[in-house]
Ligand binder design. Structure first.
Ligand SMILES: [Ca+2]
Length: 85
């Protein structure tokens, strides 16, 4: 497993850069795939995390090499918006 995240353009950035809401890769690939699809967040290493459990228990998705707060912010925002209709 790489110590760095490799951007689509070949640039290396730290895993802390992934899904932190700012672009460290000049092509923005460190901010891609940062959101839950329904209840599931697919980590970049291939394991899947349940957003419902991760977000309600920890407030963030924890993957093998990085943490993702953005996924939970969006997940919780989407859940709460369903009550406003
Ligand atoms: Ca970033």
């Amino acid at each position: 497993m790489s110590a760095f995240f490799v951007c689509k353009n070949g640039q290396n950035v730290s895993w802390d850069s992934v899904c932190d809401g700012r672009r460290q890769c000049s092509d923005g690939s460190d901010e891609r795939n940062c959101y839950c699809q329904g209840d599931v967040y697919a980590c970049l290493q291939g394991n899947n995390v349940s957003c419902r459990i991760a977000c309600t228990t920890y407030g963030r998705v924890t993957c093998l090499t990085y943490r993702n707060n953005l996924a939970c912010e969006q997940y919780i925002r989407e859940r709460s918006s369903t009550f406003s209709f």
